[in-house]
Ligand binder design. Structure first.
Ligand code: 6PG
Length: 247
């Protein structure tokens, strides 16, 4: 397993611009190699700047959007038009502005409540089986993740079981007044990815970033430490504020 690549930019706009350029390159590589690019988006506010950058020139017209397949790493169990839906936020930030075929967008149907887990697992299984390697989920070209100030990533919260045999699980966890009922992909899926990117900005994340990257392994307490793709790379995209406490 390779060490994470930690990249630090002066501010959040610098992170978004650099990550958008790398996203474009990752799509090109995957499309040349396999004819398609599969990505699991993250929720939260941090990736919205990246999403918006992808919907602007040059990326809006240079990325082969018809070959991009969109999934989510986690979702809140709310209707798809709820402002707290990760799907709704991504639509508004970039998906609606881009020529991605609707059939390429695989959202978790939060409105189904607990049944959303079964529904999303079925969508993942169909996509995984279509790759022809016997997986019950796609082998993601890119997984985007964030980091909570409490150390959670996707909806893997501190204290939750570090391992799960299922690809998708339901969780309930309170964080900053956001919807507590959620579903999340598990490390089985994240650790199968070709690339994982943590996008983390802001002073309020500095302690959590340092704990994830510098403290001894304690995956139960520090969910980001559960992420170590055996056949993939991990990149941390940080602004100077979030990187402030890294030695
Ligand atoms: C979600 C997320 C979550 C998020 C962090 C950071 O659905 O809430 O996927 O893991 O990435 O909470 O959120 P911010 O980017 O808003 O700080």
């Amino acid at each position: 397993m390779a060490e994470p690549d930690v990249r630090v930019y002066p501010d959040a706009a610098g992170v978004a611009a650099a990550a958008a350029g790398a996203f474009s390159e990752a799509v090109a590589d995957a499309v040349v190699a396999r004819g398609r690019f599969t990505v699991a988006l993250s929720g939260g506010g941090t990736p919205l700047a990246l999403y918006r950058a992808l919907a602007r020139p040059p990326h809006d017209s240079t990325i082969p959007w018809e070959s991009v397949y969109i999934f989510w790493g986690d979702e809140r169990l709310v209707p798809p038009d709820d402002p707290e839906s990760n799907y709704a936020q991504a639509r508004a930030a970039f998906l609606d502005a881009l020529p991605i075929p609707p059939a390429n967008i695989h959202r978790a149907r939060g409105i189904l409540g607990a049944a959303a887990v079964i529904d999303y697992a079925a969508q993942l299984r169909i996509a995984g089986r279509a790759e022809g390697e016997g997986r019950d989920w796609p082998r993601f070209d890119l997984v985007l993740l964030g980091l909570g100030s409490d150390g959670h990533t996707a909806s893997l919260f501190p204290g939750s079981p570090a391992e799960a045999s299922e690809p998708v699980v339901q969780v309930a966890a309170r964080y900053e007044g956001r919807p507590a009922d959620r579903l999340t992909l598990t490390p089985r899926v994240f650790n199968d990815a070709r690339r994982v990117w943590f996008l983390v900005t802001g002073e309020g994340k500095a302690a959590a970033v340092t704990a994830a990257l510098r403290e001894p392994p304690d995956p139960q307490a520090r969910p980001a430490q559960r992420i170590h793709p055996a056949g993939g790379t991990v990149t941390w995209w940080l602004d100077a504020a979030a990187a402030r406490l890294l030695a």
